[in-house]
Design a protein around this ligand. Structure first.
Ligand code: 9MR
Ligand code: 9MR
Length: 753
């Protein structure tokens, strides 16, 4: 398992666990022992080469003379420890056994001890007196007198790391002593912050005028009941600034912590910044995060381009990176009638698997088509690498066409759309696209798939019909005919028809089962009305508006592959001039309410995202957030209500590390980027991992057997994420959230232009 790192508690937190176990109001009587062990023998700092120091075991050091006879000199031995320490009173303790043959030559002096480079003092006993008296010489150096037994030295309360200690030996004949049982003894500090506050900012970068929010996360025990403030130091090109930040009182169940937000927008000068946070109390601990201010209006363009570029790497046709793989789809077998084969080749792989699903496939391309219909200029940027492409088309449309050409083929002879095409078993993570020789099965028709199909064919026909070339026109006509056949099927099948989640214990790919197809049917009707503009088509969809509005509101404006009402409203927005006045009012109200609802959630969220502080997070939570970003910006674009832009921009920081894990949820080269997603083309070694893929993200809604996510059980929702290729429930890529992500970035980048 690659990334257990989120599951392992940082050292500072381990301390706090120890502390809680021992803490009591009479804390002084309940010290905690932290045993020390060493990896390397002490080093001979002054290279005297007369004594030797050996590590007899990991916590036993022997220092002895290599020769016999007197050694009238000092030698200095450094022991590296690197142990984090809790705040508060603490001591270094160890046992000394002096060999009987050892004869001191400088009075009774045995050794001088330094902790982190400073001479250490004897610890103070219960009577308030030092536990032993040092022998101080003329130059002020204090030596420990010869003798065997336990020794305890003071470690300054403010020391939070024992980096090293060193031993200076006094002159002796037959120098020979053994040091053992090393430990730090610590006393808990009741009521003081005992775990590091965690400052978080994003690595996306901020333009001078951007809102710059620093989040500081504190463990519950740190902030509970305490008042006061912590010092935040911001070091940047103009020097160092200190800000006092009040201890946060607000707690997020989703992250299991308290979060404070500090506005650093006043920092505007371009350059690299470092933020350091120190909590109050006598034993400040310091933690840091860096960010940059860049005076570059095109800051987002690279991420937008990376996001769009990923579609090439999942394109399964002759223009994609795996031209040999797609031919298997040409002879896919019909489930239940295996002698019947059909060409359903092409399109995008759904996700980290090689399945293709009409429901999700249509949903993802519908997001693109709606954006292209309503805000074409925003998508007018090149896509690189581009699979195929048409000289007369915008690149985004060529991307979408790869998928549309496949979708078109998913229509069954009776006009319904097959739910999916997939292999019976999941291929291993080591199976490259070209080596995936499993039979592709065309699974049965479902009503949700058919309605999604009808809707997308209509939208695509509308977009292609606006293109200047004859190819596009011909394709648009095919799509119109396909949409009509699908609509005819829907009329003949008014009841919901679903497929099974598995057949004979075999999955045949992911389920994408939908318990309610009314939203899909509404979307199909809305898209059809948007295509034809015909009065009766418009009237038919207008009748459904009050119900769909109520359903959407009741679901708290849910929009995902299984809930597509909002896409229907967007389709109607593209023909608003033709709608009746009341219908236009409902369409605007819905689009605006969705935007506002999410905005008020964001504004009350401690993490600054449109997600409640005590909510669970579902599979693909990052996709949900990206979809909200898309909606905000499309609504801002259409309605001219620019007030959503700042929220949409601020949300981007969540994906680039301003989250409880400090994780960038996008693949890329930075240290914080996702490195090991569930994505077979790269886990199989067929291609290097492309930049710009958004992964599903934290998921507390059920792991579905995900082997890697098992280690996350019991963590707060936002911490249920692991950058591990095995974790399909948290770390998979998928076209639905990738489409939302790419469109969101296109809209955001366009606003900056
Ligand atoms: O690899 C599959 C992934 O793409 C899907 O999103 C996920 C959920 O449907 O399933 C993954 O496959 C696993 C399957 O569900 C259970 N057996 C092990 C598979 C691991 O690859
Ligand atoms: O995105 C889907 C999510 O909403 C479901 O909860 C999950 C389990 O059924 O499946 C997700 O979709 C996966 C699909 O079944 C197979 N390909 C990968 C998809 C993303 O993980």
């Amino acid at each position: 398992m690659v990334a257990l790192r989120h599951a392992i508690l940082p050292v500072a937190v381990l301390f706090c666990v120890l502390f809680i176990a021992h803490a009591s109001p009479a804390a002084d009587e309940h010290p905690v022992d932290i045993p020390l062990s060493f990896r390397a023998a002490p080093t001979d700092e002054w290279s005297k080469n007369r004594l030797e120091a050996v590590l007899a075991s990991q916590s036993r050091i022997v220092i002895r003379d290599l020769e016999h006879g007197p050694f009238e000199d000092s030698s200095l031995w450094r022991v590296t420890v690197d142990q984090d320490l809790p705040p508060g009173r603490k001591e270094l303790s160890f046992r000394i056994d002096v060999d009987p043959a050892h004869r001191p030559l400088w009075g009774e002096k045995l050794l001088q001890l330094f902790i982190n480079g400073k001479e250490a003092n004897a610890a103070i006993g219960k009577d308030g007196q030092p536990l032993f008296a040092k022998i101080v010489d003329d130059s002020g150096d204090g030596f420990v007198p010869r003798g065997s037994g336990k020794l305890r030295f003071e470690i300054p309360a403010e020391t939070r790391k024992l980096r090293q200690f060193s031993i200076k030996t006094a002159g002796a004949e037959n120098f020979n002593m053994t040091l053992s049982d090393f430990a730090v003894i610590a006393w808990p500090q009741v009521g003081a912050p005992i775990s590091a506050p965690h400052p978080l900012m994003s690595e996306l970068g901020y333009r001078p005028d951007d809102k710059k929010t620093l989040m500081i996360e504190w463990r519950d025990d740190a902030a509970d009941g305490s008042s006061g403030s912590a010092e935040v130091i911001v070091k940047g090109p103009h020097g160092s600034h200190s800000i006092m930040a009040p201890l946060p009182q607000g707690r997020s169940i989703a992250s299991g912590s308290r979060i404070g937000a500090i506005d650093l927008s006043a920092f505007r000068r371009p350059g690299d910044y470092m933020v350091m946070v120190q909590p109050p109390g006598p034993d400040p601990v310091e933690s840091t995060v860096s960010f940059r201010i860049v005076d570059d209006p095109k800051l987002l363009d690279r991420h937008r381009d990376d996001a769009w570029g990923t579609f090439y790497w999942i394109t399964d046709n002759e223009n994609g990176p795996f031209p040999d793989a797609h031919s298997r789809g040409e002879r896919a077998r019909t489930f239940g009638q295996e002698w019947l084969t059909r060409d359903v080749s092409g399109g995008w792989f759904d996700a980290g698997d090689y399945g293709k699903y009409t429901v999700n496939g249509a949903y993802s391309v519908a997001l693109m088509l709606l954006t292209g219909l309503l805000a074409p200029q925003v998508l007018d940027h090149p896509v690189e690498p581009l699979a195929g492409g048409h000289p007369n088309r915008s690149d985004w449309l060529s991307v979408a066409e790869s998928q549309l050409d496949w979708l078109f083929k998913m229509q069954a002879p009776d006009g319904g759309a097959n739910h999916k095409v997939a292999s019976r078993d999941w291929p291993g993570l080591d199976v490259a696209p070209n080596d995936d020789s499993a039979v592709k099965w065309i699974m049965p028709v479902s009503s949700a798939a058919t309605a999604d199909y009808a809707g997308v064919m209509a939208l695509a026909a509308k977009v292609l019909g606006q293109q200047p070339d004859a190819d596009a026109m011909a394709k648009a006509q095919d799509f119109v005919a396909a949409a009509m056949r699908a609509r005819d099927w829907l009329r003949r099948n008014p009841d919901r028809l679903t497929i099974e989640s598995s057949y004979g214990n075999k999955d045949y790919g992911g389920p994408y089962l939908d318990g309610d197809d009314r939203d899909e049917r509404f979307f199909a009707d809305a898209a059809w009305a948007a295509l034809t503009g015909g009065q009766s088509d418009i009237a038919a969809v207008e009748k459904q508006l009050p119900d769909r509005q109520a359903a959407l509101k009741a679901s708290n404006y849910e929009v995902y592959w299984g809930g597509v009402d909002l896409l229907g409203f967007w389709a109607l927005k593209s023909i608003e001039a033709q709608l009746s006045t009341p219908a236009r009012g409902i369409v605007d109200a819905v689009l605006n309410d969705a935007a506002q609802t999410w905005r008020s959630t964001k504004r009350s969220s401690l993490w600054g995202i449109p997600h409640g502080d005590d909510d669970t997070l579902s599979w693909g939570s990052n996709g949900d957030l990206a979809t909200i970003g898309w909606h905000w910006l499309l609504w801002a674009h259409i309605s001219q209500d620019g007030s959503y832009v700042a929220d949409a921009r601020d949300l981007a920081h969540w994906f680039f590390g301003r989250n409880p894990l400090g994780q960038t949820f996008v693949t890329g080269r930075s240290e914080r980027a996702v490195k090991d997603p569930h994505f077979r083309p790269s886990t199989s070694g067929a291609i290097a991992l492309p930049d710009g893929f958004l992964v599903g993200g934290p998921n507390s809604g059920g792991f579905a057997g995900d082997p890697a996510a098992a280690t996350l059980a019991g963590l707060p929702p936002m911490r249920m994420y692991v950058d591990d290729r095995e974790s399909y429930s948290t770390n998979e890529v998928a076209i639905n959230w990738q489409a939302a992500w790419a469109l969101y970035l296109s809209l955001l980048a366009a606003i900056d232009d």
